[in-house]
Ligand binder design. Structure first.
Ligand code: NAP
Length: 294
């Protein structure tokens, strides 16, 4: 039998994404011998041991010293402090990665704390749900989803390939991207849609009380889909918008212009303009289904 890719994976922040990675290690062969959990919350550590999804769980970040793959999976606002805390405990040869939804800020916040001999390869699995915590994870979360790796200029090529192999073992397809490019792509494909969902649900919530109850009672699939997205973790999304500020502000500007054009088309009864756009967007949905990303 060939030995696994890693001896021990330490996951810092054992919520939806962290616990899903741990479940992958348990279910799919060849990824790692074991997984340990580091979380600031003792309740999370206790629950992880109860669920039996890690070999050990601790609130002590020094546990990363026992691992040859360390995955940061907390909200990204915690990364700068975490980098300073775990940096001195990382051992040479270890691969340090993360799953954060913004990549330039991760390079900025973690980069300065990476000791010599530790291989830093930032990453982002494009998979998730609106649920949080160690109970929410599941092993098939990453199956047929993209995982984007954003190596930094001095990332070791062998470490990048080893991490890619780990993610492929979790079921993902790998794409390499420059961190800034990643942030611009995700601003439009993920961050703006979440902002729109938060806005729509917020607007409905601010309506008169009687209308609000009707909004909930008669919520058709359109509004219902937005409420699912707007139920995503508030801390995680606060951190995403604060850390991908420039790219998000740019797409909001473009979106606002396009919305104004639609407003004008409705006001002037320009039905052909509306139909032309809706026909184009329907084709995009079809291509997402064809790419098995629906
Ligand atoms: P989650 O379910 O809320 O889990 C995060 C865990 O990290 C919680 O147990 C939290 O503890 C813990 N934590 C917070 N600060 C910490 C610290 N300083 N030290 C140790 N543990 C800490 O979050 P998630 O959905 O897995 O997201 C985690 C990361 O994945 C985020 O960076 C996010 O951007 C990225 N991501 C998320 C998705 C998604 O759809 N959810 C998809 C792709 C990537 P407390 O409960 O005490 O706060």
């Amino acid at each position: 039998m060939t030995s696994p890719l890693f001896t021990r994976v330490a996951i810092v922040g054992f919520g939806l994404i962290g616990s899903s990675i741990a479940r992958c290690v348990a279910e799919y062969p060849g990824l790692a011998k074991d997984v340990v959990c580091i979380d600031r919350s003792q309740a999370v550590c206790d629950r992880v041991m109860e669920l039996g999804i890690a070999a050990a769980a601790s609130t002590d970040p020094a546990l990363v010293a026992t691992a040859d793959l360390v995955v940061l999976a907390t909200p990204i606002g915690a990364f700068a402090d975490l980098g300073a805390i775990i940096g001195p405990h990382l051992t040479p040869g270890t691969i340090l990665t993360d799953v954060g939804s913004v990549k330039q800020s991760v390079v900025r916040d973690i980069g300065p704390h990476v000791p010599d001999g530790v291989h830093f390869v930032p990453g982002h699995p494009l998979a998730g749900t609106e649920h949080s915590g160690p109970d929410a994870g599941f092993a098939s979360l990453f199956k047929d989803r993209w995982c984007i790796l954003t190596p930094v200029p001095d990332s070791d090529a062998a470490a990048v390939e080893k991490l890619a192999a780990f993610w492929r073992g979790c079921g993902s397809q790998i794409e390499l991207m420059e961190p800034g490019h990643h942030d611009r792509v995700l601003a439009i494909t993920s961050h703006l849609p979440h902002l729109i969902a938060y806005t729509i649900v917020g607007t409905a919530t601010d309506l008169e009380e009687h209308l609000k109850s009707e909004v909930i009672r008669f919520s058709a699939s359109g509004f219902r889909d937005f409420t699912r997205i707007a139920a995503s973790d508030p801390v995680m999304w606060r951190d995403i918008f604060l850390n991908n500020r420039e790219a998000v502000l740019e797409v909001i500007q473009r979106f606002t212009e396009d919305l104004t054009a639609l407003q004008r088309a409705i006001r002037w009864g320009e039905g052909e303009k509306l139909e032309e756009l809706f026909t184009r967007t329907r084709a995009i949905r079809r291509s997402i289904i064809d790419a098995k990303q629906a």
